[in-house]
Design a protein around this ligand. Structure first.
Ligand code: PYR
Length: 377
């Protein structure tokens, strides 16, 4: 989209001088408070993620406010894991609060509806867990720092093949959710590239709780070396638990959605051996990671997860984009977010390009004794 497409957001194209400061980089000082909207799933199905995201982003903005020069006001809206409510939440932060930039929404399912609204209003939006194919293509103002699911799976499947010698797999996927359905396409492509044969393929819906029909198909075969699962945590917990109680012992491989200590806690013994591709690991020796984990755990009385880590990183990327020209107007943030190169973060070295896409090395982990361990290295 070009500037000519920005029809409704007249405010966004005109620069507000009070959001332009003096100095640049670490010396930037802006008198006006910079408003940041965060639209997160704090209740309903994706609250498992939204709660961590809220904590991660709050921690980062508290640190940034303490560092000085720019004062941030974080305005959090609950999208209630609903497309309808996410549209209302975007409308509020864009028009009521007149935020400079939006972080979120939590799910790709909501991003496909809300990001076009941010685009037409000329408000930059930074997705932190929106991993489906095509998200950055939603517009010039649309970015994500969330490792695409295709990259996570393209790492976890070959790593599992190499360590476990996988030749035949069962693929089980949620066909109703945008993110898991998109991941299914990736899984198929990666399996073809790796020369791995699919011997069982079954789908289900996001809210399903009984997977006997699908798992019986897996159980009936004795040549399934691994199960590849594309599901949100809500279905993952009963599905994996039921698989293990049917004595399906094959390793289970997943992507970003598996990267959750809550899920591992809920699964208990059934989590052992899960192979998880993702963007962040507590076990990674990335810049600031140990300090982040300590500060987060102290503040919230629980350890962070990937959702918290990506939300935390988003605040620092926004701060960097604002400091580049010491300008917190929507247009300047949009221009500078697309120029974040080789940023050394708790997620490792990360960059964003003008198309809004992130580049980052994925991590592959395996659950052992209830803990995530790096599968390689
Ligand atoms: C997504 O909706 O894209 C997630 O990764 C949760």
């Amino acid at each position: 989209a070009s500037a000519a497409c920005v029809s409704e957001g007249t405010e966004s194209t005109s620069s507000d001088d009070s959001l332009v400061g003096t100095g640049t980089g670490a010396d930037c000082e802006i008198d006006e408070t910079v408003k940041v909207g965060a639209v997160l799933s704090l209740t309903e199905a994706a609250a498992f993620a939204g709660g961590y995201q809220q904590e991660g982003i709050q921690l980062a903005f508290e640190e940034l406010n303490a560092a000085g020069g720019i004062t941030y006001e974080l305005i959090v809206e609950d999208d209630k894991t609903s497309v309808e409510d996410s549209v209302i939440a975007f409308e509020k932060v864009i028009n009521r609060d007149k935020v400079s930039v939006i972080v979120g929404p939590t799910l790709s399912n909501m991003a496909f509806t809300t990001f076009p609204d941010a685009e037409s209003a000329g408000v930059p939006a930074l997705g932190i867990s929106t991993t489906a194919e095509g998200i950055p293509d939603l517009g010039d103002y649309i970015f994500r720092n969330s490792l695409p699911e295709e990259v996570a799976l393209a790492a976890s499947i070959p790593a599992a093949k190499e360590t476990l010698g996988i030749e035949k797999v069962a693929v089980l996927y949620d066909s109703a959710d945008e993110f898991t359905a998109s991941a299914y396409n990736t899984i198929t492509d990666v399996l073809t590239d790796e020369g791995i044969e699919v011997v069982v393929e079954e789908s289900f819906e996001t809210t399903d709780t009984d997977f006997a029909a699908q798992l019986t198909k897996v159980k009936e075969r004795d040549d399934v070396d691994a199960v590849i699962l594309s599901a949100l945590p809500g279905a993952t917990v009963p599905l994996v638990t039921q698989a293990r109680s049917l004595d399906i012992t094959a390793p289970i491989i997943g992507g970003n959605a598996f990267n959750s200590p809550v899920l591992v806690g809920l699964l208990a013994d059934a989590a052992e051996g899960l192979i998880v591709g993702g963007a962040w690991s507590a076990a990674s020796d990335t810049t600031g990671n140990a300090e982040f984990i300590t500060n987060y755990t102290e503040k919230y009385d629980r350890a962070p997860d990937q959702f918290a880590a990506q939300a935390y990183t988003a605040a620092y990327m926004i701060d960097q984009a604002i400091r580049a020209d010491c300008d917190a107007n929507r247009e300047a943030i949009k221009d500078n977010l697309g120029q974040i190169l080789e940023y050394d973060s708790i997620l490792g070295t990360i960059s964003l390009d003008e198309s809004g896409e992130v580049s980052q090395e994925p991590v592959v982990q395996i659950v052992e004794n209830g803990q995530f361990k790096l599968l390689e290295g």
